[in-house]
Design a protein around this ligand. Structure first.
Ligand SMILES: Cc1cc2nc3c(=O)[nH]c(=O)nc-3n(C[C@H](O)[C@H](O)[C@H](O)COP(=O)(O)O)c2cc1C
Length: 371
């Protein structure tokens, strides 16, 4: 069946990547006026909420490798950022397989209470095999990682919404479990929002069946549209709706030539060894998918310089060009743009002052056009 996702009438939402991992968002030796530390991140979060960002997405990384020597833990930095801000919603990335889901459900419920309903999770199924094996945990093959993630999400939902949670699965079990307190009571929100990252066929099925949001790596509008369609088809069969987020690395400058030169400099100064190591690890992680549809399976060297194919989204140029491009993603079903930057503090502000107002103008024109 084919369900057509109607372009959302609501304003697009914006999230930024929390730089809680050293080395920034590009695997390059270029100067990045971005810091992975706590103080920098608190200031960034405050700037972001004052410049139109509704969400902050943290990264989960436990071990050095591929240009990321230091990392702050995802759930704790998310909570720290939320407590330092007033409106920003934080999305903590977590790996099923490294958490007992009841423990994570408890942590999120409490964090959601402390932040008055501003805590969300991003369920990531993992690409970094060494992180699992070096902690003595089994590394499951691709489809099994997703089966486990899906069960994990069902468990979270059950435990957050039921006073007598019951579940008997292949990976996790619940016996008349009653979590107190439940997450914060936000009218119209049944539980903290559940995001996911992953673009393979396994990921699309899981997104359609159980998640609230589906994050995509950077891609063309056509590549995004294809996934929106697939996930929406699955969701429709299950009587659900899923919202979509698109990753993009934004380089907004006074002129297009200047912006393009920045991207070229990032790529020219790439840390070749780290990019190649990252490329082979992520491609290996998806090898067991027969159709080779996952994230990074067709990424080339320059795509991989930005961890999540962010150059492919083409958010490079003047504020007008970028705003116009962003609207193309909205038209194919994006509800949220997830943005990364070279110099976060400066560019988050530049986005809020110069790009976002044009996005809002274009949205108003589009609304008038469709009536
Ligand atoms: C927006 C986004 C954020 C992600 N964040 C993380 C992360 O913080 N840590 C991590 O190990 N993987 C992260 N992933 C990657 C997933 O764990 C997974 O390896 C990847 O999505 C490949 O899945 P696929 O083969 O289904 O495409 C992220 C993916 C996306 C799209």
């Amino acid at each position: 069946m084919t369900a057509s996702p109607a372009p959302a009438r609501e304003p697009l939402k914006f999230a930024y990547w929390v730089p809680n991992v050293s080395g920034g968002l590009v695997v390059s030796k270029i100067e990045q006026r971005t810091d992975w530390g706590y103080d920098y991140n608190v200031k960034l979060a405050r700037l972001a909420e004052d410049n139109g960002f509704e969400y902050a997405l943290s990264q989960v990384r436990y071990m050095a490798g591929y240009g990321a020597a230091y990392q702050h833990e995802s759930t704790s930095i998310s909570l720290a950022i939320a407590l330092a801000t007033e409106r920003l919603k934080v999305i903590a990335a977590i790996h099923p397989g490294l958490w007992q889901p009841g423990v994570l459900a408890k942590l999120v419920a409490s964090s959601d209470q402390y932040t008055h309903g501003r805590f969300c999770v991003n369920v990531v199924s993992g690409w970094f095999k060494d992180e699992f094996t070096k902690m003595g945990e089994a590394w499951l093959e691709h489809g099994e990682r997703y089966r486990r993630s899906e069960e994990f999400i069902r468990y979270l939902r059950e435990i957050w919404t039921s006073d007598h949670a019951e579940l008997s699965g292949d990976f996790y079990r619940l016996h008349d479990f009653d979590l107190k307190p439940k997450p914060y009571d936000v009218p119209g929100r049944p539980h903290p929002e559940i995001f996911m990252g992953g673009n393979s066929t396994d990921a699309r099925g899981m997104g359609g069946r159980v998640t609230d949001w589906y994050f995509m790596n950077g891609n063309t509008p056509e590549g995004i549209s294809e996934q929106v369609q697939d996930v929406t088809d699955v969701a429709t069969v299950h009587g659900r709706t899923v919202k979509f987020g698109v990753n993009g690395f934004m380089v907004a400058r006074e002129s297009e030539a200047e912006a393009r030169r920045v991207v070229q400099d990032i790529i020219d100064q790439a840390d070749v060894e780290a990019v190649e190591g990252f490329g082979s690890a992520v491609k290996q992680a998806g090898q067991s998918t027969g159709d080779k549809k996952g994230m990074w399976q067709d990424s080339d060297f320059s795509d991989l310089v930005q961890y999540n194919d962010g150059f492919r989204t083409g958010l490079v140029g003047t504020p007008e060009q970028i705003a116009t491009r962003i609207l193309e993603y909205k038209k194919v079903g994006a509800n949220l743009m997830l943005l990364g930057f070279l110099h976060f503090h400066e560019e988050v502000e530049f986005f809020g002052k110069h790009v976002l107002p044009i996005v809002r103008e274009l949205e108003a024109v589009e609304l008038e056009r469709v009536g």
